[in-house]
Write a protein that binds this ligand. Structure first.
Ligand code: GUN
Length: 282
């Protein structure tokens, strides 16, 4: 029976530390740390994520500057908003919630955010520095959270075989680079991987970032493995669930994150951590 990794409790502890840093910033600079939160359109999942991010700002003593734009907003308008946020000295971090509506090119938008305010760590400069092992100013929030979750188990990452399932720019690619920087042996699998279970069964550390409900079944997990579930899906009954079949997987894994209450709260804690540390950076 696996130990359940309590992401909610770990995130709460980290947020208390962030709050103290945010208060020290306010004392020194006479203003709160500011995070601009930009959402375009009415995507239901994005609305929930954004609401949780704004609530976390409040808990940590960070000012959220909210910009909710209509679904038919043109790219030019969004780029102008980003330019003004880049120039605003009271804005320390800028977050544009993804996905964006189809008339807007995400790459152009993410590359317009100043790399010095890139709280999500998605700008090519920060993502590229992570890839090169060159100390980026911002590292993507979900991957940072995953590393903290693994560390909390006491399992040493160096020398372990980490298998990442998923190759997105938000999770799969950056977590692969990060695990590599911690000296794991990293295998990246994706939707075209043949005989996926042959890989996942070798994983000492398994990161599931696929986006398919309960896709990773118990027989795909190495006994005793650390299993990190990045998924956020609905099952047949409409209940929130991850990419891992948790109820059966927990009997095989050594450590496992639940959904909800695992990776999700840590992503938000890392966003606040990035914002406050970025603000304090001289
Ligand atoms: N959409 C899904 N995950 C994320 C995230 O971590 N940041 C942003 N901005 N959008 C997302």
């Amino acid at each position: 029976m696996a130990e359940i990794i309590d992401g909610k409790a770990l995130a709460a502890k980290i947020k208390r530390e962030i709050k103290a840093k945010a208060e020290a910033f306010e004392f020194k600079h006479g203003r709160k740390v500011g995070l601009a939160v930009v959402k375009v359109g009415d995507d239901q999942a994005s609305a929930v994520y954004v609401r949780n991010k704004i609530k976390a700002c409040d808990e940590c003593g960070v000012r959220s500057i909210e910009h909710f734009l209509k679904h038919d907003t043109q790219e030019r308008e969004l780029l102008e908003l980003i330019d003004s946020l880049n120039a605003d000295e009271t804005v320390d971090g800028i977050l544009v919630q993804l996905p964006l509506p189809k008339q807007i090119d995400s790459k152009s938008v993410l590359s317009r955010i100043s790399p010095d305010k890139d709280a999500d760590g998605f700008h090519a400069v920060n993502a590229g520095k992570l890839f090169l092992g060159d100390n980026p100013r911002f590292v993507a929030c979900t991957p940072r959270g995953i590393i903290e979750l693994i560390k909390s188990t006491g399992v040493c990452i160096a020398g372990k075989h980490a298998v990442v399932v998923g190759r997105s720019n938000i999770v799969g690619k950056p977590i692969s680079s990060l695990l590599l920087s911690y000296d794991a042996t990293v295998t990246v699998c994706h939707s075209k991987t043949k005989a996926l279970a042959d890989f996942t069964r070798q994983a000492d550390i398994l990161v599931a970032a696929i986006g398919k409900a309960k896709f990773i079944t118990a027989d795909m997990i190495k006994p005793g493995a650390v299993v990190i579930d990045v998924g956020m899906n609905r099952d047949e009954a409409g209940k929130l669930c991850g990419d891992v079949d948790f109820d059966k997987a927990k009997d095989v894994a050594g450590y496992i994150t639940p959904v909800p209450g695992g990776v999700g709260p840590m992503t938000i804690a890392m966003l606040l951590s990035n914002t406050v540390d970025g603000a304090a950076h001289e």
